[in-house]
Design a protein around this ligand. Structure first.
Ligand code: SR1
Ligand code: MG
Length: 384
């Protein structure tokens, strides 16, 4: 197929038969549960399977009324390739790219689960938090002027110009939660939260300021949507996927997203009274940041005298960005199962705690440590 056409579970078999006849495609299922794309699992001979991920010319969750660039598939391939180079073994393997069809054929991580699903179900996965911490250090430092040759870094900037997907984030994360935006999705657990947001000029001012940071501070090729649903996890085998939002942006956006999504998992299990899993999530947060900081220290060039300052500034940025991710998931179009699958009373209570934590991170004093960030994000008692 030389011209773009969206596939379905029949035509994807024809497509694979054409481009990989030896695979023997026999059956397929559409398994996409994300907001943007089509995702097919295609089965071949000998129990083999592959994933075909194809961009649609619109935002899947919103429908054809919200057009969206097909170029996101190219960005995703470019980012996955770069990530594999910088953090080998921590991304899904690409088997083929097809720029005309705006699709990627990838290995099927059938033995893995979406990490968010594991967190929601209270299922421990060994090594995930540590691996994601290392992934962040290697990809963020590795595409920044701290480690990457200046000419190469500059040559990457045009490859990762991603205006339409950035505009989604600029709108959904930094703008819509604070106004009566059409994209907001409100229910009994969030009407009051939204009223509080609209009545909070300081928070709105901070969001506008952070939006400017997001739009202008091109520190590294960031993943751009690094929540726990962008991680496939199996014990001791973690893969970071879906980097279609990648662009040269502020590192704290990726790190903050992870802190925020760990906080959602914790708030969920705190509401459910699962203290053992709450303690696990505290470990994840600690493992994530420790692995990140340790890897940064190991990679940091000996002739750059500001390593500790870098980490402390990044943590402060991450806290502010975490607050934006926490808030948008309470009232926005894209919400999180960690909270949404709670019964109404617990959902409302968790959302109020999330808002209080986020407000503290957004407007309170600069964080002094990752523990300080975590304590304030989750409203838990200070640890000794
Ligand atoms: C409507 S698109 C909404 C969200 O889905 C993606 O996963 C990003 O998080 C984006 O903000
Ligand atoms: Mg995604």
């Amino acid at each position: 197929m030389t011209h773009y056409q969206p596939l379905d579970s029949d035509t994807v078999l024809d497509y694979i038969a054409e481009v990989r006849p030896q695979f023997g495609p026999s059956r397929s299922e559409e398994i996409g549960d994300g907001n943007l794309n089509l995702v097919f699992r295609v089965f071949g001979t000998q129990e083999r399977s592959i994933i075909v991920k194809q961009a649609l010319p619109y935002l899947r969750v919103a429908g054809e009324g919200w057009p969206l660039t097909l170029d996101r598939s190219r960005i995703e391939v470019e980012a996955l390739t770069l990530h594999e180079r910088l953090a080998p073994g921590l991304t899904p393997r690409i088997e083929r790219r097809d720029d005309a069809m705006h699709l990627i054929i990838m290995e099927d991580l059938r033995d893995h689960a979406v990490w968010r699903t594991c967190l929601v179900e209270g299922r421990h996965v060994e090594g995930a938090a540590t691996s994601v911490g290392r992934f962040c250090a290697r990809t963020l430092l590795g595409t920044s002027d701290i480690l990457m040759n200046a000419a190469e870094r500059k040559s990457l900037i045009p490859i990762f110009v991603n205006p339409e997907l950035c505009a989604i984030t600029e709108d959904l994360v930094f703008t819509a939660p604070y106004i009566d935006a059409e994209s907001n999705v409100l229910d009994d657990s969030s009407f009051d939260i939204h009223e509080q947001l609209k009545a909070d000029p300081l928070l709105r001012e901070r969001a506008a300021e952070l939006k400017f940071v997001f739009m202008t501070r091109g520190e590294a090729v960031i993943h751009g949507d690094l929540h726990t649903g962008s991680v496939m996890a199996a014990d001791n085998d973690t893969r970071v996927m879906d980097p279609e939002f990648a662009f040269y942006g502020p590192m704290g956006f990726d790190i903050g997203n992870l802190f925020a999504n760990f906080a959602f998992a914790r708030l969920r299990h705190q509401q459910l009274g699962n203290s053992a899993f709450v303690a696990r999530i505290d470990e994840y947060e600690m493992d994530f940041w420790s692995a990140f900081a340790e890897e940064v220290r190991a990679l940091w060039p000996a002739d750059e005298p500001w390593r500790d300052r870098f980490l402390s500034n990044l943590l402060a940025d991450s806290a502010r960005m975490a607050s934006m991710e926490m808030i948008r998931r309470l009232v926005g179009l894209a919400r999180v199962k960690d909270l949404e699958s709670l019964p109404l009373d617990q959902r409302s209570a968790a959302k109020q705690l999330a808002l209080d934590g986020a407000r503290d991170l957004a407007l309170g004093r600069r964080v002094t440590s990752h523990e300080d960030l975590w304590n304030r994000a989750t409203r838990r008692e200070a640890r000794v």
